[in-house]
Design a protein around this ligand. Sequence first.
Ligand SMILES: Nc1ncnc2c1ncn2[C@@H]1O[C@H](COP(=O)(O)OP(=O)(O)OP(=O)(O)O)[C@@H](O)[C@H]1O
Ligand SMILES: [Mg+2]
Length: 511
Amino acid sequence: MHSVLKMQNITKSFPGIKANDNISFELRKSEVHAILGENGAGKSTLMNILFGIYKPDFGDILLNGEVVKIKGPNHANQLGIGMVHQHFKLVKNFTVTENIILGIEEVKNGVVDLSASRKRIVDLSEKYNLNVDPDAVISDITVGMQQRVEILKMLYRDADILIFDEPTAVLTPQQINDLMLIIEKFTKEGKSVILITHKLDEIMSVADRCTVLKTGKSIGTVDINKTNKDELSKMMVGREVNFKVKKGLPNIGDIVLKVDNLNLKSATSSKNILKNVNFEVRAGEVVTIAGIDGNGQSELIYSITGLIQGATGNIFVSGTDISNMKVRNRTLTGISHIPEDRHKHGLVLDYSLEQNLVLQEYFNTKYQKKGVLDFDEITKNAEELIELFDIRSGRGPRSIVRSMSGGNQQKAILAREIARSPDLLIAVQPTRGLDAGAIEYIHEKIIQERDKGKSILISSLELDEVMNISDRILVMFEGEIVADLNPDKTTYEEIGLFMSGSKRGVSNDQK
Ligand SMILES: Nc1ncnc2c1ncn2[C@@H]1O[C@H](COP(=O)(O)OP(=O)(O)OP(=O)(O)O)[C@@H](O)[C@H]1O
Ligand SMILES: [Mg+2]
């Protein structure tokens, strides 16, 4: 197959870092070409250059053999290049159709002609089984559908080089399967796909080739049918990666978190979002909440951490009733929270890394000197956490978090919340967006906290993660906890049956 795209000797520096260092990359017609690399390796940067967001300091881009200078995203679109970003870029209060045509509206007699565009969107949606409602408002639709709107945006512009930057990080397993089928359909039609993902199973199942980046450099490109997961992770991290965390039997102590008959009514319908939720997490155990997205897990966690009010029932941490406390007081009672939405609840994007690393503690005497902030101490804390959690960025403690790579932003939150070592660590999708080596490290850290006698409550959509780190698995379905399972005595299939509501009410872990 001939190549549709060549990037040659691409180099791009940011203050303090060479994000891309002499990278060459070739995309063939009708292939799925995966890009794999550690957090901060330069994957998004390389694709942002291809999409015209950054200009390379050095190097050429050739499309169908001809050198092009890509002036910006609109120009990239005109050249047939489309991109779905790591963080979506949709206007929340616009409809699907309005978002898709934004910037290339068709005008008839001086007004925007929505009907022709709408028809085209419906046709494209049907053709690729995207199931998108053209009239829905973005803020009302699920993350999975928002992503399909981004895909439609590319198709609407007739892109034939499609870039996906970590498309599956925010999707549920079912949505991931659907996306893989859509990607296969694209390549059958002659489109070419670049897929950035940290999930090696996805690479093995859909990609034809994989290029591995490491600290800004290309390590090489391999054929997928001549490699395997272990070899890919070794190429990327430079050592073997353990996908299964080593852990002994838990040494279980007193009750730390007690959730007592929690109920939450929906603001918009008569449905109950949480129904009689009762459970405990004891010192020294990792309890995981599994479930299909949207079965009340987020609201349960938000109710415990105080981000939403309105649930009836009681929540106790180490015997203290925190049900009516403000977020700050709950934190001080001994809760750490790694939130689902890292941009909304986890970080202040325009603050520096060192400032973000003390958001929960800057008011403590440790960081105060004669009533003002002790910046030396704040920097020292950052230096320690950067080293311990391997947080990579251009300017160390002084990096602005917005400019950091997605995975390193996540590592910053993990570092801050885990290092506080509170009695109760609550983590939602803790390893979202992390590379395989970083996931291994975080899982080890979580088990270390457990073995120090801390309580861990995790909510995760990824069954592999659930099976890997839990001592106990609670399955949520339609706002209820329908199972309390011992991971050693259950199977993926059984959990799946509970998650889908086909099985309920029994426990294999009679205590
Ligand atoms: N706009 C920017 N300003 C300053 N530094 C940046 C900018 N964009 C990226 N960087 C730096 O360049 C490096 C590469 O970042 P990039 O986002 O390309 O990584 P990545 O491979 O996509 O990682 P991840 O898997 O975490 O998404 C990082 O160290 C990041 O801090
Ligand atoms: Mg990235």
